[in-house]
Design a protein around this ligand. Structure first.
Ligand SMILES: *[C@@H]1O[C@H](CO)[C@@H](O)[C@H](O)[C@H]1NC(C)=O
Ligand SMILES: [Ca+2]
Length: 325
């Protein structure tokens, strides 16, 4: 089945390659332009079709800077087409970088919410939101002992009645989360958010390895259809450049009726239960790094052996000379 989808999507990709209207993810799902951001972001014609931006957001041809590395900045980017897919997957390519080595902040968020284009205290966007927030928090506001390091990635589902608690870095309202290291690296870092059959799975590729590492998987997450996708970031006393390099939305629906899509516009966002964060585990793909480690160990062993052989023969030589003279 997967094979068939893959083939048809690849075929589609091939047919419209010049127009590059359709792209596929690893599973052969179609990317939807209406909800995606494709380079160049700026050029002749419309800047960012399907998206609005606000605040300090700056659009260049290669990236969209939500905030510059300056104090008290805030910016956001919102898709203006409601999501009419029951199941979907998003890949966001980003780069967070700045002058600070010890102190930097505050971070950015990926949103799937009822509200759009509303500024507020949660990484530049509205608090008491309806929907899902995936927060990439670079600064620890918590003074006491923390149960995790920063940067930290967490998810929050809200029906409009909860406030995001900055003092606790959202830990009391989070569904799940994991520690992430994505600041000040040369390459583009990526996050994948998949929502399928009420299961929310978040993965990252922060090491330029071209493979996904699971951050968490949470079941029983109910999100309505018809909400909007957005991105926002903020700086305070501390700052960073929060750059978006790509945003790809894939429709993962398979036999979902129009009636169900419409019915789900009326449900209230809800997360029934959550799993504790899983241990970081690499995908079971061919381990390039294992091979590397093996060759490094082999190299060290060979060098050590050569040194030992050299040392032994050298001392033997000296001892031999001593005896002769
Ligand atoms: C919203 O969430 C709160 C807290 O979980 C709950 O008490 C309330 O009933 C929910 N509201 C709706 C409309 O579901
Ligand atoms: Ca924080």
């Amino acid at each position: 089945m997967t094979q068939i989808i893959n083939t048809s999507c690849l075929l589609g990709l091939f047919v419209v390659f010049l127009a590059s209207d359709i792209l596929c993810n690893e599973n052969g799902d179609y990317m939807k332009r209406d909800h995606s951001l494709v380079r160049p972001f700026q050029g002749v014609g419309v800047i960012l079709p399907h998206w609005d931006f606000m605040g300090n957001t700056m659009v260049t041809s290669n990236y969209i800077r939500l905030t510059p590395d300056l104090q008290s900045k805030s910016g956001a980017l919102w898709n203006y087409n409601p999501i009419m897919s029951r199941n979907w997957e998003i890949h966001v390519g980003f780069k967070v970088h700045g002058k600070g080595t010890e102190l930097f902040g505050d971070g950015f968020a990926v949103w799937y919410t009822k509200e759009r284009m509303q500024t507020g205290p949660v990484f530049g966007s509205k608090d008491y939101f309806n929907g899902l927030a995936i927060i990439l928090d670079t600064y620890s506001n918590h003074n006491g002992p923390h149960n995790h390091q920063h940067p930290y990635l967490s998810a929050m589902v809200n029906n409009g009645s909860w406030s995001y608690d900055h003092d606790r870095d959202g830990t009391h309202t989070q569904l799940s989360g994991c520690e992430v290291r994505f600041r000040n690296v040369e390459y583009e870092t990526l996050i994948s958010i998949r929502y399928e059959n009420d299961i929310l799975s978040v993965s990252t590729d922060l090491e330029n390895r071209n493979e996904w590492k699971s951050c968490f998987v949470v079941a029983n997450v109910e999100l309505p259809t018809g909400y909007y996708l957005g991105l926002s970031a903020t700086t305070g006393d501390l700052s960073d450049n929060h750059d978006i390099h790509s945003f790809k939305f894939y429709d993962v629906d398979n036999d979902v009726s129009h009636d169900e899509i419409m019915r789900r516009t009326n449900i209230v966002p809800n997360a029934k239960s959550f799993e504790p964060p899983r241990e970081h585990k690499d995908d079971p793909k061919p381990g390039m790094s294992n091979a590397k480690i093996f060759f490094i160990i082999l190299f060290v062993v060979v060098v050590a052996a050569l040194v030992a052989i050299f040392a032994i023969s050298y001392f033997k030589d000296r001892n031999a000379r001593k005896r002769f003279y």
